[in-house]
Unconditional design. Structure first.
Length: 552
RNA sequence: UGGGAUAUAGCCAAGCGGUAAGGCACCAGAUUUUGAUUCUGGCAUUCACUGGUUCGAUCCCAGUUAUCCCAGCCA
């Protein structure tokens, strides 16, 4: 695996060397209200790998301070995703585990005159907050006595007020140019049942107040988050200091990772699922970890991708090509390489006996002998790929079958095309060939070189199969699609289905097994596959394709 | 428009005062029973721009420009 190396690691090394910390402790803090996607994978992998570098620890802490939309379903899914990526947290905990301790710290701030109960309505609070260019105005409730605040806050907890009636706010500076410092809300009233604490609480702490305290309670040394929290760091530090936390955690930010042609926002992903535009969160076109897994991605490929892509404070958009590369790289030696024909063209070997099938030895992966060999069938009737035949060789680069030319059928014989049959539209429906028995694979025959090597499947023994070809769910922003909603821009051809044939050795293939089909890329057996109707999901394409019409 | 962050090739990304790492993509050639893989070579005289300091600047300073984030009782 690639060695992790980024600016956060440099910071950690220095902190350790300077004796600022004795052990690195990080945390991955998802809110349990969505499925994890490739963007989260970046946080997970960096959190865990950085700690691992220094024999540190990493906690999985569910940030469940807003019971609306949060739930058990997501908690379990996130734990499963982490397991799939190969990470075991040193501690699994919840923000709600600290509700009591967090409440006590709020009391402390009230007693220090640094927090107050506010009666302002939501609309008024917005007005009092000011704008980006104008300072805010102090709330008329800002100078309540400590006793009054203590009393009111306790009554908030006891459920004496309705949602939105009161809030607890930190008393900082309404004229701060950093809007986060303009008396941020610490607690709001929500008469909502929490998935873990049920109805015990009706006031819930806000992220800005809860998060730094949780980090401090757990002894987190390096609290890593994305760059949009940069503006929150002064507040983070303010709460840690004013709450007199024994342990002082520090927040560091990195840029978000986007991938070309990929929708990553929680809101959009939810819209896709709820609007039935995709099968579910594990639809192979989704950038969720479960989706990538079902499409055929391996955790190793995702890790390598993240580590090689690096980390900086810039929000970046990486070409999806990079993701594909690391999957190809991982699968190269793992995948079995059987024959599959996606767009079949019939071939008949005129000089081969009727009703005879020959079973030939074929290597599963010539670069990895450990994957063994299998038997493939050869007979009078074959299927080849339509793209592999052209009546006339139109240019020097053409390395496939044409009339009068000879090609090697992989793992089998040389065949020569002699004539074709066509339908009423002039399309080739059958190619008449002859084979040369002397050219059998492995015989060492080298008297003449074929025009190329193509793959095939024997017609009578092959199995029918369905191939799922996935394209990006959305188009790039173009002139025509500009201004359209995201749903309107959905790629109508994001899922193409092809029906073809695979060799008989795939009769007992298992879900999740990877195959590389020659010139068609890598495929993974989908969970819906049954022997009678094999289903393969394309995981990624090969590196380059050849278009006979555009090459000279 | 106030504050903050960022700017290195088509895309990521090292570099932290001594003369531009690496990966993807791309191009050329060799090998090849996959037009894949593998191998070999090529790919920033310049670091958003303009000045300044310095023997010397991607790096320090000043100004300019561009992009992103912040006005939830979301996280």
């Amino acid at each position: 695996m690639a060695e992790i190396n980024n600016f956060i690691k440099t910071i950690m090394e220095k902190d350790l060397k300077d004796g600022k910390v004795n052990q690195i402790v990080t945390r991955f803090p998802p809110e349990p209200n969505a499925y994890l996607h490739i963007g989260h994978a970046r946080a997970i992998i960096n959190d865990f790998e950085l700690a691992k570098c220094f024999n540190g620890k990493t906690n999985l802490r569910f940030d469940d301070t807003n019971p609306v939309n949060e739930g058990e379903e997501y908690v379990n899914a996130i734990i499963e995703d982490l397991k799939w990526l190969g990470y075991t947290p040193d501690l699994i905990c919840f923000g709600s585990d600290y509700f009591e301790k967090t409440y006590e710290k709020a009391i402390l701030l009230i007693k220090k005159g640094l927090a107050y109960v506010d009666d302002l309505s939501q609309d008024d609070m917005t007005k009092y907050r000011g704008t980006l260019t104008e300072p805010g105005i102090n709330s008329p409730f800002r100078n309540r006595t400590i006793e009054e605040n203590l009393n009111l806050f306790e009554r908030m907890r006891n459920g004496e007020f309705k949602d939105g009636e009161k809030t607890l706010r930190a008393k900082i500076d309404m004229s701060s140019p950093n809007i986060n410092m303009r008396d941020p809300v610490m607690y709001r009233i929500l008469h909502v049942s929490h998935h873990r604490t049920k109805d015990k609480w009706c006031i819930y702490p806000m992220y800005d107040f809860a998060h730094p305290l949780q980090d401090a309670f757990e002894g987190v040394t390096h609290s890593l988050c994305s760059i949009e929290y940069d503006n929150h760091r002064p507040l983070y530090d303010w709460f840690v200091e004013k709450c007199e936390m024994e342990h002082v955690p520090h927040q560091y930010e990195w840029g978000r990772l986007n991938i070309t042609n990929t929708i990553m926002s929680k809101r959009y992903l939810r819209q896709l699922v709820e609007g039935n535009y995709v099968i579910g969160y594990d639809d192979p076109r989704m950038p969720t970890l479960v989706g990538l897994k079902r499409k055929g991605f391996t955790p190793e490929a995702i890790k390598e991708f993240i580590l090689y892509t690096g980390l900086s404070r810039i929000n970046s958009t990486t070409d999806a090509e990079n993701l594909d590369y690391f999957l190809r790289e991982d699968l190269k030696l793992k995948a079995i390489r059987p024959n599959a024909i996606i767009n079949p063209l019939k071939v008949v070997i005129d000089n081969y006996p009727e009703n005879q099938i020959e079973w030939l030895d074929a290597s599963n992966n010539m670069e990895n002998e450990q994957l063994g060999t299998r038997k493939i069938a050869f007979g009078k009737y074959l299927y080849i790929e339509q793209d592999d035949f052209m009546e006339e060789k139109i240019n020097k680069k053409w390395k496939r079958l044409s009339l009068g030319l000879e090609v090697r059928l992989m793992h089998a014989y040389f065949i020569k095309a002699n004539s074709v049959e066509k339908d009423e539209n002039g399309n080739v429906t059958l190619v008449h060939c002859t084979y040369d028995p002397k050219t059998k694979s492995g015989s060492g025959f080298d008297e003449r070189k074929p025009n190329g090597t193509i793959h095939f499947v024997e017609a009578t023994t092959s199995l029918k199969a369905t191939f799922n070809l996935f394209n990006p769910l959305i188009f790039d922003e173009t002139e025509e699609t500009k201004g359209q909603s995201f749903i309107e821009r959905l790629n109508k051809n994001s899922w193409e289905i092809k029906h073809g044939y695979v060799e008989s050795s795939l009769a007992d293939c298992k879900e999740g097994t990877h195959y590389q089909f020659v010139r068609n890329g890598y495929f993974c057996v989908d969970k819906d596959s049954k022997k009678s109707n094999l289903i393969f999901n394309r995981t990624c394409g090969l590196k380059s394709s050849f278009n006979p019409n555009t090459n000279n």
